[in-house]
Design a protein around this ligand. Structure first.
Ligand code: TRP
Ligand code: ZN
Length: 892
């Protein structure tokens, strides 16, 4: 394997760069970049005689020290060295790169005819030679020169200070960013773009210009992004007292992008998918995602940019914190802090993502702590653990100290570290000091990998009216990668309530307390095992455990089916109401899956049907909550929880349960469908989205019936009259699902219509590809055949990550029963595509490579074929990105 970078090897940079002046002559085939830096020795670092700059894929043209050519400068493979560098000097380097040929989408590249950049984590070194590490912070001045017709718009970070015409039909613009920043936050955009603009006044009364830049044909899809940006700015002032620090804040949409979006200072660059929306082209889920990602990137301005990371091992310092902030923002927007139930919907969705993505990561060869100890390729560590588990770790401070205590910690963090590049320890210390707490034990949340498990036992003493709760923590059967990091028990904030036989919460009084107070308590579990005794407990309660998912842990408690049904009906904590239903469903489905794996016939109790009936018909619950509660755990989640992952068995089990639920509740689904119709003009509110969501669930269940006539009739009508893509896709999915069961072809007309209708809208065509890649297969037509056919479609393009994700990733990652076909056809396809992408875009290839990392957990017949596919990729892959993933998988 290529070099491993260790956190323990961190050393401060020997030199610092205070100012950078960049001049670009933008030409697609060959862009010349002149880079003038003020360099000086770092007084806080050990002495090194040479200055070593990194540079990749660059053509060296010339260099000078204080304006003079120098024999001390040597450009070489991987960088540029200045031998015996002076203590302080000006270094000018001129080089060139090839944006049009850059398919990696890192550094400077061309997307849809426009120039743009992506520098995080290490893309700046593909633009010019530099100390490309986040603890080197400089002020940037950027001059862009380009053809005026091809590139009428020239953007970079900060403020526009000069612009004008040049000879030969060219023009220029000069930008200055007043804030020091690391190179990964540099950005430029140049091309044919138009902007939606808005001027707002922030808390201190200053006027700010906001712009959302897009291609001209997309201008009608920018309103939601702008509204989201305005709401983000106001929310960050209100909740954290953080104000926008630049006079101008720009967002640009580009269609070729490796991830969701990037927080470049004052010039956020977004994947079109995460910014463009109108009701005809963006689903309710897209609308919600856009709001949270616009918030996320904006919030980075303080958590990431003003205070940045010392090194890439500290990535969660900015990502975990910023995800937490965007989650809180979305929760507030979806119904506010007042509306518990609306908040809970957001919380449930976030926990689902965590369990789906992060728990699996923790169980495999890529398991790593929130603050990793080592990496081969940093791009592989933009993970669910760093982002999602990292956000849970931040949330636990708030759970421990309350909103006010958390705010005090944030205030102290900015007071101490504004303008600095710092570590996760610095953040924890600010929280500790602001709240007068010793948080040394809490560090283990940053250093230990694996998903902690809390086993709960309870004992009620009727005569003494005492209820004893015993909590025991460990890591269950953690993977070897995770086990290697473990050093001791965690501080787990464990939120608990006790539910009485009338369904109401009991007032809580712990042993030693003078009187009862509150109905939810956060117990602090710090030992491997600890007892907590509640007193004055008049009757045997039902425990509501880990309310609001107060820690990223697995809770084991031996609930009876009737107890889970009771909690689903009564728990005052909406998260745990949902959780009770999921526990019930998971238990039933795992039993069914074992039956399927053993070739036995299915035998399912009525508990789930009755629980679902009461949720479906409980009009006191919000439609969005009901839609979530009526969703069964995914096949992937179930397969991961089986002793041996068997995707076919998980699929059969889930199908069986869905059909039982559709048959037993047929009238209820029909009634729910009619009751939650949303006639009239489209509304983008969370309430309206809730109705559409529940209506969509009803339609999907109806499409499972042996006789899907109702579903076909309703879905066909819904498709034909739809005035939004949520309804249109919901109808189309239901028709495709009914057709898969029945063998009919009533989905063909709408599927063709969908393509024709949106032919010129790439983001909607992505949905068309994804719908087909994730469809249920039929024996006579496996989905792999459909996917291979679609690879030949004129609209398919492997170089565009959104398109590759829509077809290939959807199939390999979101259609487990078809991907894991017994004949290995999915794995052969996977190996081909990983290798094809490896030559184009290693970062995207490595993401796809990860879909086989849990290979050891599968049935022997599957895992042998998975291993063969991994070995093939390992033999032929070229990139560090892909090699790291497959080698770690094979070594596990
Ligand atoms: N920092 C970005 C975010 O979380 C994500 C990011 C990291 C990224 N590396 C990237 C985006 C490469 C695009 C390409 O907001
Ligand atoms: Zn981020």
């Amino acid at each position: 394997m290529p070099t491993t970078i260790l956190r323990a090897d961190y050393a401060a940079p020997a030199f610092l760069i205070d100012t950078v002046a960049l001049e670009f002559d933008l030409v697609p085939e060959r862009t010349v970049v002149r880079n003038t830096m003020r360099v000086r020795r770092n007084p806080a670092a050990g002495r090194a005689s040479n200055l070593e700059l990194v540079g990749e894929q660059l053509e060296f043209i010339s260099a000078a020290i204080d304006g003079h050519p120098s024999a001390a400068i040597r450009a070489h493979e991987g960088g540029l060295t200045v031998n015996d560098a002076p203590d302080a000097f000006e270094l000018t380097i001129t080089g060139a790169c090839s944006p049009a040929a850059n398919t990696t989408l890192m550094g400077l590249y061309v997307s849809g005819g426009n120039f743009c950049t992506q520098c995080e984590a290490q893309g700046f070194r593909r633009i010019t030679w530099f100390l490309d590490r986040p603890d080197v912070m400089a002020t940037f001045t950027v001059t862009l020169r380009a053809d005026k017709d091809a590139c009428p718009v020239l953007l970079s970070n900060g403020n526009l200070i000069e612009q004008g015409d040049l000879p030969d039909g060219r023009h220029y613009a000069k930008w200055e960013d007043p804030f020091k920043k690391p190179s990964y936050l540099f950005a430029l955009v140049a091309g044919k773009l138009v902007a939606l603009e808005e001027r707002i006044r922030t808390g201190s009364g200053k006027e700010k210009l906001l712009q959302v830049w897009v291609k001209p044909q997309d201008l009608d899809k920018t309103g939601h992004a702008m509204d989201s940006l305005v709401r983000s700015i106001h929310w960050d002032e209100e909740r954290f007292g953080l104000e926008l620090d630049l006079d101008r804040f720009m967002i640009v949409a580009v269609s070729d992008f490796n991830m969701g979006a990037m927080e470049n200072k004052g010039l956020n660059i977004f994947n079109t998918k995460c910014i463009l929306a109108n009701p005809e082209t963006a689903t309710d889920t897209d609308f919600a995602n856009i709001e949270s990602i616009v918030g996320h990137e904006y919030f980075h301005n303080w958590t990431g940019n003003r205070v940045t990371c010392r090194d890439w091992f500290q990535l969660s310092l900015k990502e975990g914190l910023t995800v937490f902030r965007d989650q809180e923002f979305s929760a507030a927007m979806s119904g506010g802090n007042e509306n518990e139930a609306a908040r809970a919907t957001k919380r449930i969705e976030d926990v689902c993502v965590l369990r789906q993505m992060q728990f699996g990561e923790d169980a495999g060869p890529m398991a790593h702590p929130v603050r990793p100890e080592s990496y081969v390729e940093i791009n592989n560590f933009y993970t669910a653990t760093v982002y999602r588990k990292g956000a849970e770790v931040v949330r636990m401070y708030q759970t421990l100290f309350g909103r006010e205590g958390f705010r005090k910690g944030m205030d102290l963090y900015f007071q101490r570290h504004d303008g600095q590049a710092v570590t996760c320890d610095d953040f924890r210390q600010a929280m500790a000091d602001a709240n007068g707490r010793d948080l040394s034990q809490f560090e283990r949340w940053y250093s230990q990998a694996g998903t902690p498990r809390v086993r709960v036992t309870t004992q009620y003493d009727e005569a003494g009216r005492r209820y004893r709760v015993t909590l025991a923590q460990d890591y269950g059967d953690a993977s070897p990668a995770a086990r290697a990091t473990q050093s001791g028990p965690l501080l787990i904030p464990f939120s608990i309530g006790l539910v009485g036989q009338d369904g109401a919460d009991m007032p809580l009084r712990l042993e030693g307390e003078r009187e009862a107070g509150g109905t939810t308590r956060v117990l602090e579990l710090t030992e491997a095992q600890q007892c907590f005794t509640f007193i004055d407990v008049p009757e045997k309660p039902l425990p509501s455990l880990l309310r609001d998912f107060s820690a990223p842990a697995i809770v084991e408690y031996d609930y009876g089916n009737d107890e889970l049904a009771f909690l689903l009906a009564h728990d005052s904590d909406p998260f745990n109401r949902w959780e009770a239903g999921q526990r019930l469903a998971t238990r039933e489905l795992l039993t069914l899956a074992e039956q399927a794996a053993d070739g036995r016939s299915f035998d399912m109790s009525d508990a789930l049907v009755e629980a679902f009936r009461s949720v479906l018909t409980d009009e006191s619950l919000s439609p969005s909550f009901r839609a979530l509660a009526l969703m069964l755990p995914t096949e992937t989640y179930l397969a991961e929880r089986m002793a041996v992952s068997d995707p076919a068995a998980a699929h059969a089990a889930r199908r069986f349960a869905r059909r039982r639920l559709s048959e037993a509740l047929r009238q209820e689904w029909l009634a729910a469908y009619e009751r939650h119709l949303t006639p009239g003009a489209y509304e983008a509110t969370p309430e309206a989205a809730g109705h559409r969501g529940l209506k969509g669930s009803a339609l999907m269940y109806l499409s499972e019936l042996d006789d899907p006539a109702d579903a076909v009739r309703l879905a066909t009508r819904q498709y034909d009259i739809a005035n939004n893509v949520t309804d249109r896709m919901g109808a189309l999915s239901a028709l495709m699902n009914a057709a898969a069961g029945k063998g009919g072809d009533f989905a063909k007309r709408p599927l063709d219509d969908f393509y024709a209708r949106f032919e010129h809208d790439p983001l909607v065509i992505d949905k068309w590809f994804a719908l087909q890649a994730t469809q249920r297969g039929r024996a006579e037509r496996p989905v792999i055949d459909v996917v291979r056919g679609l690879m030949q479609h004129p609209a398919f393009n492997l170089k565009n990550p959104n398109r590759a994700r829509a077809l290939i990733f959807s199939f390999c990652g979101a259609n487990p029963a078809q991907f894991h076909a017994a004949n290995g056809s999915g794995y052969a396809f996977w190996a081909e595509q990983v290798l094809a992408l490896d030559a184009i875009n290693p970062q995207v290839a490595a993401r796809l490579a990860r879909t086989l990392e849990l290979w050891r957990r599968f049935t022997p017949a599957l895992s042998a074929q998975m291993r063969a596919a991994l070995e093939q990729v390992n033999a032929d892959a070229k990139s560090r990105d892909v090699c790291e993933i497959v080698q770690k998988a094979l070594a596990s």
